[in-house]
Write a protein that binds this ligand. Structure first.
Ligand code: ATP
Length: 175
């Protein structure tokens, strides 16, 4: 019995086409790992299956039921699917750049213009130059994670090497 059959699934956000004709079949008791670059569309595919995002084209069949039919009861479908979400505790009402520089400005007293310049440079280094003025809910999980890392780095934390010396940890500690 196929638990899920995704056929030729397409999904775009504006001119960013994320899912381009995805086919996926899952059978009962099967464990499947979805691997791809950050921002390549893994979460988007999972969100379409859970009807958080509606697909633009294609078909999704859950245990024989066509859940891509717009008339389907989304809550009833979601009740049949378990989801673990990614969460990085960014402020949802603040742009990426403001999330990244907030602690540096408010807690560490860094000059606003200077903090912004450093923040933009760091975001560019992390491949997020085009997300500086986006809000967190427009980013992928990995992109949000990198914003959270940039926020931590911008406050100039104690170097990792020095911290390792303090706690006596080996070279592979942390994570
Ligand atoms: N609601 C949205 N509005 C606009 N763009 C979005 C939205 N959700 C995701 N995107 C964009 O779609 C692309 C795919 O995002 P998705 O979250 O599916 O990636 P992912 O493969 O799960 O990435 P990661 O490994 O980083 O979690 C990204 O470029 C992201 O910016």
């Amino acid at each position: 019995m196929n638990v899920l059959e995704a056929t030729n699934v397409w999904k775009a956000f504006g001119d960013n086409t994320v899912l381009r004709g995805v086919d996926l079949t899952l059978t009962q008791h099967e464990v499947v790992v979805l691997i791809g670059a950050s921002g390549s569309g893994k979460s988007t595919l999972l969100r379409t299956i859970n009807l958080i995002e509606r697909i633009d084209d294609g078909r999704l069949v859950l245990s024989g039921d066509d859940i891509s039919d717009p008339r389907v009861d989304a809550d009833a479908v979601r009740a049949r699917i378990g989801v673990v979400f990614q969460q990085f505790n960014l402020f949802p009402h603040m742009k990426v750049i403001d999330n990244v520089t907030l602690a540096a400005r408010k807690v560490h007293g860094q000059n606003a213009a200077q903090a912004r310049a450093k923040g933009v440079a760091l975001l560019e280094r992390f491949g997020l130059g085009d997300k500086v003025d986006a809000y967190p809910d427009r980013l992928s999980g990995g992109q949000q994670q990198r914003v959270a890392i940039a926020r931590a780095i911008l406050t100039d934390p104690e170097p990792v090497a020095a911290r390792r010396d303090h706690v006596g940890a080996g070279p592979h500690a942390g994570g």
